[in-house]
Design a protein around this ligand. Structure first.
Ligand code: IMP
Ligand code: MG
Length: 174
């Protein structure tokens, strides 16, 4: 059995959309600073590209999460395996994610982060699969809405592979 990657959203289209998002976010946050939070590892490629296109001052922080056994399937409850280095108190926080699927992880995580008293908190995701949503998550900025297919590239992995692809693709086996 061999794996092939079919391109869903090409490199140029992805880059163009990230520039548009950067311009929109820069306008929305005019006169402010943005504290960007990346959920490792999937969000890291998008976070770096997006941060480069934002023209207001930006600071960056990172966190890592893992599921408690199978709990994440039912509740989205996650364990923070690497917490943020800096407090969120009084900051305009922008959470940057690779993809929102069921919405369980982010709805849980956003509640935790809101509890740390940021001035504001918004969510920016590169990809959104709205058909798969089981938990309401308000997405403030979205790169692309995509159909219910398993995608890789731009930080997204399949068994830890393909994160480094510069486009969004679908794994096909034959
Ligand atoms: P949610 O809690 O179902 O929204 O899960 C979101 C997480 O599942 C994402 O941050 C990804 O790590 C992973 N995920 C969901 N869909 C895909 C996909 O199509 N490709 C790769 N990872 C995915
Ligand atoms: Mg993720």
């Amino acid at each position: 059995m061999s794996e092939q990657i079919r391109v869903m959203i090409g490199e140029a289209e992805t880059d163009k959309r990230i520039r548009e998002l950067g311009a929109k976010i820069s306008a929305d946050y005019a006169g402010k600073e943005i504290h960007m939070i990346c959920v490792l590892k999937g969000g890291v490629f998008f976070m770096c590209e997006l941060a480069k296109r934002i023209t207001v001052p930006v600071s960056l922080d990172f966190m890592s999460i893992s599921s408690y056994g199978d709990d994440i399937k039912s509740s989205g409850v996650v364990k923070i395996t690497k917490d943020l280095d800096q407090p969120l108190e009084g900051k305009d926080v922008l959470v940057v994610e690779d993809i929102i699927d069921s919405g369980r992880t982010l709805s849980y995580l956003l509640e935790i982060l809101k509890g740390r008293n940021p001035e504001s908190i918004r969510l920016c995701t590169l990809l959104d699969k709205p058909d798969r949503r089981v938990r309401d998550v308000h997405v403030d900025y979205c790169g692309f809405e995509i159909p219910d297919e398993f995608v890789v590239g731009y930080g997204l992995d399949y068994a830890q592979k393909y994160r480094n692809l510069p486009f969004i693709g679908v794994v096909e086996t034959n």
